[in-house]
Ligand binder design. Sequence first.
Ligand SMILES: Cc1cc2nc3c(=O)[nH]c(=O)nc-3n(C[C@H](O)[C@H](O)[C@H](O)COP(=O)(O)OP(=O)(O)OC[C@H]3O[C@@H](n4cnc5c(N)ncnc54)[C@H](O)[C@@H]3O)c2cc1C
Length: 406
Amino acid sequence: MSAGRKRVVVVGGSFGGVNAAYELRRRLPRDAEITVISRDAEFTFIPSLPWVTMGWRDPSRLQVRLDAPLQRRGIRFVHGEVQELDPQACEVRTSSQTYPYDALVIASGAELDYAAVPGLGPQVGHTFSTFTCAEAAASRDALARVLAADKGRIVIGAAAGASCVGPAYEIAMMIDTVLKRARKRHRFSITFVTPEPFLGHFGVGGIGTSPRMVQDEFAERHIDSVVNARIANAGPDRLILADASEHPFDFSLVIPAFLGSPFVRGVDGLANPKGFISVTPQLASAKFANIYAAGVAVAIAPPGPTPVPVAVPKTGHMTELMAQAAARNLAAEFTGGVKVDGMTLHSTCIADAGDTAFYMSADPFLPPRNKVIVKRGKWARYLKLTFERYYLARIRHDLPSMDFGW
Ligand SMILES: Cc1cc2nc3c(=O)[nH]c(=O)nc-3n(C[C@H](O)[C@H](O)[C@H](O)COP(=O)(O)OP(=O)(O)OC[C@H]3O[C@@H](n4cnc5c(N)ncnc54)[C@H](O)[C@@H]3O)c2cc1C
């Protein structure tokens, strides 16, 4: 890349985009122009959205407006949607403007592929979801109506090809907790329908003892499960699987599969067929050296085949680490310095159950691993609650990362 005043554009204002922009600001000279373009005006702490579904959080408490914190650090913020990327001209375009770049970081996450299953999704279908504030609020209202009844059938699950199945586990267990507290669990059925080959697979072949632990937990909670499930159709009151079995419901929440962003899918050679960006270990595009990617937008191959496709999750923690590595490697292109491997990642995740929680840490994220920690306890709930507060403050004030390595 040539010398002179550099222009870096970051697409995305979530875990990937904001962390990349802050890290770039720390590493690039003051005169480098950093622009964040995001379709959303706010950062949302997405891991807490299942608590919105349960009615335990107001969405507004999970959001930070992006303009002021970024501008305070000399980062330009554009609230807009990138519709086109021209890697030859080195430009991204929104509906109203063109933004030239010397280097680009793509952290635009994914689109929710409800269309892959007829009847799926809250907009035109019959199932709810919890992937945006609006989805979580709609699911909260529908769930509250069903839980207020005397009896009911709850079906929670994930579509074939879904990657982020953790929130489905959380919601199934949290509903069980709420019903037990109301002393009417015995009048409700809860069924968990997943494409995973076994419970606790999570798209990564399991994390240590997670499969045994989840199986025991579901047995204790009387949550029925169907594994290797491919949802073929979501009707108004039932899920129909590819093997023709039917799962009637009064409330259903199903995690969809992801597709890469349309502007990424529009560039020949940038992404895999699903639209996720193929990267080098340094997180640069395998085809365009001045394009980097982080987070959900990155293609990660599953550790092995499964009868029904399950994609690898990219957690918030992994996304943050990828964003920092991508920014560091991009800055090294301009200013020199050592590049780092951004794809051999460790990750820590906490899944809440309402009355307890599960702490899971894996290094590296994909097996075989050097270190695994899987623990259950109320303390993990408090850790998750505290982490939400810290993270929102981190986005507001660019606080140091809590990833102290292993
Ligand atoms: C319900 C739920 C619970 C979760 N729980 C956990 C958890 O407990 N722990 C954990 O570690 N991870 C969890 N995750 C995963 C975590 O939320 C993701 O890893 C993280 O959000 C990924 O960040 P990202 O920046 O890659 O993408 P996203 O968060 O998807 O953000 C994409 C960003 O790009 C913007 N954007 C998209 N398209 C465009 C465009 N064309 N132009 C401009 N901007 C665009 C969006 O507005 C957004 O700002 C959870 C995810 C979900 C959905």
